[in-house]
Design a protein around this ligand. Structure first.
Ligand code: PLP
Length: 480
């Protein structure tokens, strides 16, 4: 059990060693004092020093070499960020599903290292607590099993979601919320509520392939809009696009986008919401990663600026609490009735048993503490993966600086064929997500999305080193 005093002690030891490294007194490649020696020198316990060295390893400052001790890590290259994207200006019919399902299926094979799929850190899913709550609900409330669950969903869960909406800077009443089967269903219902086949939907570029698949399945067209890897969609480009053609809806991730990890500023969100309301274009806001923002407070959602009921806010508990329970929600603004009706005709309700289980966890299961742990863990994971990409990927590679979440977008040198890299990695039981999955126009052929939700270990580092080597072999001069 960690006490406050022990934390202060190991942080102090870690701080001293990192000062020595930063000042160059301990040079890259040099051995740092052994655990026993430092423990004697500082008059602290061996476990305090071990803990301090673990922290320094997590921060990428030192590395353990088996049977030899700890060494200062070699200097890092600092990789550039990708530039603002430049997708085509015309709407496209989408055809990503075949590639996406091939990649997702191959990722499921046993023994595969899941570097492509964005799956949460399994150790942090509170399965034991959820199992206890679920059993208790099933025993106390047999009706949750014996009767139909109907939309818009259970009051106790909708109340918890309305309370949590404050974290998004949004005032919501429980009766403004529809419970869904995950965020994907929420987005699907919203798109069907506001647009029809053939209509044009504006998106960030690159964007999450699941959103493209929904557009594809509904026969709509995707208009990819230039997007900055840190600050999100270009509002000037979006405005111009809306002036040029009839855009029926915008489907965006203004806070912690996938795959870029971008977050729009509050001012940009305000401008976005006003611009779309003035033009009568609804905004479907996918906020599934918002709670995993790395900043001290969760940024406000675009919905916080909505005065006209024009923003349909979608999210879920799949990325933070229980991926397998598939409980999500939407606050559809003035499209409430339509979304509720569509929910009913597509899949009736969401299991009452699961809804009450999630509601009970939100009420007294320590969700805020869990979120703090997730953010801290993912921030450190993203840092470690970024360092490994810097170390092992070919010269000229660029990488995002995500504002939250657990994916990295890696842009390899222009001639790299990410599909070839995907095939070659697959043969070595490593699954990757090639960039083409994230575009309606077959862009990003030299890009990859990396899942940083895999616990860090020597094996993880070895896998990233191998992917870097394969990437170097997939660079084809003249191919771009
Ligand atoms: C941006 C985004 N939206 C939605 C989803 C899917 O959410 P859910 O599992 O809650 O349906 C994902 C999953 O990766 C995602 O990245």
């Amino acid at each position: 059990m960690e006490t406050e005093q022990s934390t202060v002690l190991y942080e102090a030891v870690a701080g001293d060693i990192s000062s020595l490294i930063r000042s160059g007194t301990l040079a890259p490649g040099e051995r740092v004092p052994s655990v026993r020696r430092l423990s004697r020198q500082r008059g602290v316990s061996v476990s305090t020093v071990v803990q301090a060295y673990r922290v320094l390893e997590d921060r990428g400052l030192i590395e353990a070499r088996p049977q030899s001790g700890y060494y200062v890590r070699p200097q890092q290259r600092v990789l550039q960020e990708p530039s603002v994207s430049a997708p085509p200006r015309t709407p496209q019919l989408v055809g990503v599903h075949a590639l996406v399902s091939r990649v997702l299926e191959s990722a499921q094979a046993t023994g595969m290292v899941p570097l492509g799929t964005a799956i949460p850190y399994a150790e942090l899913v509170p399965t034991a607590k959820l199992r206890r709550i679920l059993t208790d609900v099933a025993r106390r409330m047999p009706d949750t099993i014996a009767t139909y669950s109907l939309p818009p969903g259970r009051d106790e869960l909708r109340r918890q979601i309305a309370l949590r909406a404050r974290d998004y800077g949004v005032r919501l009443e429980a009766n403004e919320v529809v419970v869904t089967n995950g965020c994907v269903e929420a987005v699907n219902l919203c798109l069907r509520a506001v647009a029809k086949p053939g209509d044009v939907v504006a998106l960030e570029s690159p964007t999450y392939f699941g959103l493209l698949q929904i557009i594809e399945s509904l026969g709509m067209k995707a208009l990819e809009v230039p997007t900055h890897p840190r600050s999100g969609i270009s509002l000037d480009a979006l405005e111009l696009a809306i002036e040029r053609q009839r855009v029926k809806a915008c489907l965006l991730m203004p806070t912690v986008s996938n795959p870029l990890g971008s977050t729009m500023s509050e001012a940009a969100k305000n401008r976005l919401v006003k611009m779309l309301a003035d033009r009568g274009v609804p905004l479907i806001e996918d906020a599934v990663y918002s709670a995993l923002h790395f900043g001290p407070v969760q940024p406000r959602a675009a919905k916080a600026y909505d005065r006209a009921g024009n923003v349909l806010l979608c999210s879920s508990f799949t990325k933070t609490l229980a991926p397998g329970l598939r409980v999500g929600w939407v606050a559809p603004g003035r499209y409430f009735e339509k979304v509720q009706m569509l929910k009913f005709i597509s899949s009736v309700g969401v299991s009452d048993l699961l809804q009450v289980t999630i509601a009970s966890f939100l009420e007294n299961g320590g969700y805020d503490r869990l979120l703090r742990t997730l953010r801290k863990t993912y921030e450190s994971q993203v840092r470690l993966f970024t360092q490994a990409v810097s170390r092992y990927f070919p010269a000229g590679t660029k990488v995002t600086r995500p504002t939250g979440g657990y994916v990295l977008w890696v842009e390899m040198p222009g001639g790299t064929d990410a599909l070839e890299l995907y095939e070659r990695a697959l043969a070595e039981r490593i699954s990757l997500s090639p960039g083409q999955m994230f575009s309606a126009s077959n862009r990003y052929r030299n890009c990859l999305r990396l899942n940083c939700g895999i616990p860090w270990s020597q094996q993880t580092e070895d896998v990233l080193r191998r992917v870097g080597e394969l990437a170097a072999e997939c660079v084809r001069p003249g191919f771009s």
